[in-house]
Design a protein around this ligand. Sequence first.
Ligand code: PRP
Ligand code: ADE
Length: 178
Amino acid sequence: MNTDPVAYIRQTIRSVPDWPKPGVTFRDITPVLQDPRSFRVLVDLFVYRYMRQRLDLVAGIDARGFILGSVLAYELNLGFVPVRKQGKLPHRTLSEDYSLEYGNAAVEMHDDAVKPGQRVLLIDDLIATGGTMLAATKLLQRLGANVVEAACIIDLPELKGSETITATGLPVYSVCQF
Ligand code: PRP
Ligand code: ADE
């Protein structure tokens, strides 16, 4: 068994070739969630990183960002805000379009989800082109949030998403890279 926490998480991630379309290797975090040891190590890595950062909220991106983000918000005693795919939120929303490695989409937030000046950690499972994180950041910033960092489990550096996000002035943290 690997005793390096990051190596342990990385080796637990499943790579699925040609999904959801030919040429894309899907990095699947479900084995990490399924294994109590890797799930705990993963959450603890984020807890140690953010426990001293004076955050107000964790914003998690639909859908896998909800799993990690809500556990992290609970552990850090913070509120949780869902950034949802289009058409899912019942109250007044703000919307941002973006493009993906394999398509186009839009994310939405309730317009009262964040108060101006609140310090928000944005979290998702993975950064590929960075379009999703950037669209979510724009939503949060339109509400006056101070987005402190964009955090993920997996970065795909070849797709240059994390580089693009960092170039906007928003720091990026990833547990591992593929
Ligand atoms: C995946 C992943 C991120 C996003 C990253 O979600 O969970 O949210 O893609 O890609 P990007 O950096 O190019 O924007 P996906 O859009 O496949 O949606 P899902 O959560 O419904 O599977
Ligand atoms: N989202 C965008 N690209 C992805 C990939 N290669 N694996 C998992 N989620 C993704």
